[in-house]
Design a protein around this ligand. Structure first.
Ligand code: R5P
Length: 244
């Protein structure tokens, strides 16, 4: 029986199918994570079963398992050269193509794969486009050792940066912390509006204990945006360092 899709899932499916249709024989392809990318990997699996020959580089253990299940050949990032193209979802994307990612906890591997690629394509439904980043809490991946001290430094930085009452929450809570594929914790920072995403990203990453943050700056080259009625919009963000 055909899956009954919510309007948002229909939008995700439309974007995922369009992204999977862009892939050509012989490509080395970064495979992102999240619910939209699950649809993309399944759609790509159908093409691989029909004879498409590609190599996929997953950005999470979850994506790796799904890719294998649906017949997408996978390789480790260490075993391939620069990726031809990387597809991934986003939690928010602004008109300049700056993104918040990591809502599913995969931001670190995602950023490593994204910056190993010649071209990054965001695959999103239309609810992810925002005039300004920050409604979605910014995920920050931190080392488990001394994470309370790291959190204090993050709070100080955020207050100095003008976020008067930053709310920082440990993903999963103290009883059952969420642990990333690299064995770290995630601290979600509810900021409301992020006025200077690039400066904030640099400052956060300078804190010892912070491994990486979910701001993806100057990485997206284009976005495929699905609408609930199944139509698509494509946006290009020219002049990007990654992949230019
Ligand atoms: O950690 C998760 C990733 O950054 C996802 O790409 C992001 O959260 C978007 O996921 P979804 O497609 O489920 O909204």
């Amino acid at each position: 029986m055909a899956e009954q899709l919510s309007p948002q899932d229909a939008a995700k499916q439309a974007a995922a199918d369009a992204a999977a249709a862009m892939i050509e024989d012989g490509m080395v392809v970064g495979l992102g994570s999240g619910t939209t990318l699950r649809r993309f990997v399944r759609s790509l699996g159908v093409r691989c079963q029909a004879g498409l020959k590609i190599t996929g580089v997953p950005t999470s253990e979850t994506t790796r398992a799904l890719a294998i299940e649906v017949g997408v050949p996978v390789a480790d990032l260490n075993d391939v050269g620069p990726l031809d193209i990387v597809f991934d979802g986003a939690d928010e994307i602004d008109p300049q193509g700056q993104m918040i990612k990591g809502g599913g906890g995969n931001l670190l591997w995602e950023k490593i794969v994204a910056t190993a690629g010649r071209r990054f394509v965001a695959v999103i439904d239309d609810s992810k486009t925002k005039d300004q980043l920050g409604q979605f809490p910014l995920p920050v991946e931190v080392i488990r050792f001394g994470w309370h001290a790291t959190e204090r430094l993050m709070r100080d930085l955020l207050i100095e940066s003008g976020y008067l009452e930053p709310k920082i929450a440990m993903r999963g809570g103290l009883d059952k912390p969420f642990v990333t594929d690299s064995g770290h914790y995630i601290l979600d920072c509810a900021l409301g509006q992020i006025t200077h995403p690039e400066a904030l990203s640099i400052a956060l990453n300078r804190i010892p204990g912070v491994v990486e943050n979910g701001l993806f700056i100057d990485i997206a080259r284009s976005a495929i945006i699905g609408e609930p009625d199944g139509t698509l919009k494509t946006i290009d963000y020219p002049g990007r360092a990654a992949g230019v």
